[in-house]
Design a protein around this ligand. Structure first.
Ligand code: CTP
Ligand code: MG
Length: 231
């Protein structure tokens, strides 16, 4: 089965509070986005990469990332949209016609492992829609608008959603077409499938290392991971 990954790097990274966009921050002289791309370039499960970036970064990414690091799986560097969901939709439009499976991954998650990519991709023909997730470590409280606890869900049923999230192409295309038309916003890709399609989404156990680089503290964690794993 042919598999395409859409890698998202068109956000503004506001919570990072940095003058350069978070995915281009360098660790050991290499932009974070390059660490992410390397995983999918190396993965034997991935045939094609569609990279979604900000309009002002297209030229830099073509030259300084795609060409410089020889990411020959990248078929398109495409301009993203205002919300994450708009960026995904722009990516979906560029996926090759003969692709069977689409993965969607945050460019800001450089520590996804090649073995977890494989694990996820292998489950998609069986379940049609799968995401990587990890068991939450804390007890989670549901609160009302005044901050009073209304219930404490059983922790054994709670997972933190990660990316990649992977789907049969027809399913994710359909879910996004409906979502974009309805102009409703969701916090991850599987939510559109949960909301609009009669398809159950399977959680595949991921790893705690697969963090999303969001704030300054995450850069310190990323540096430590890179010291440990890439030496
Ligand atoms: N993303 C995107 N297009 C958008 C918004 C987000 O491609 N319009 C991407 C980001 O580049 C990131 C991923 O989606 O890789 C996850 O989003 P998030 O961590 O929220 O990144 P930002 O939106 O850039 O950060 P912030 O919310 O702090 O502004
Ligand atoms: Mg955001």
């Amino acid at each position: 089965m042919k598999t395409t990954v859409i890698i998202l790097a068109a956000g503004k990274g506001k919570r990072m509070n940095s003058n350069i966009n978070k995915q281009y921050i360098e660790i050991n002289n290499k932009p974070i986005l390059v660490y992410t791309l390397e995983k999918f370039q190396e993965s034997e499960c991935i045939d094609e990469i569609v990279l979604v970036v900000g309009k002002e970064d297209i030229e830099y990414v073509e030259k300084e990332i795609k060409n410089k690091y020889c990411f020959e799986k990248i078929n398109y560097v495409v301009e993203g949209g205002v919300e994450r969901q708009d960026s995904v939709y722009e990516g979906i439009k560029k996926v090759s016609n003969d692709t069977d499976i689409i993965l969607i991954h945050d460019g800001a998650r450089p520590f996804v492992s090649i073995s977890n990519i494989r694990k996820l991709v292998n489950e998609i023909p069986i379940h049609k829609a799968c995401i990587l997730g990890v068991k939450v470590k804390d007890t989670i409280k549901m609160v009302d608008n005044d901050g009073y606890i209304v219930n404490t869900p059983d922790r054994k049923n709670l997972y933190a959603a990660q990316t990649p999230q992977g789907f049969l192409k027809d399913i994710i295309e359909k879910a996004y077409e409906i979502g974009i038309n309805e102009n409703k916003f969701f916090t991850d890709d599987s939510m559109l499938v949960e909301e609009y399609l009669n398809t159950k989404v399977k959680v595949v156990e991921g790893s705690y290392e697969n963090i999303k680089i969001t704030t300054k503290e995450d850069i310190d964690i990323a540096k430590r991971y890179i010291e440990e794993y890439y030496k």
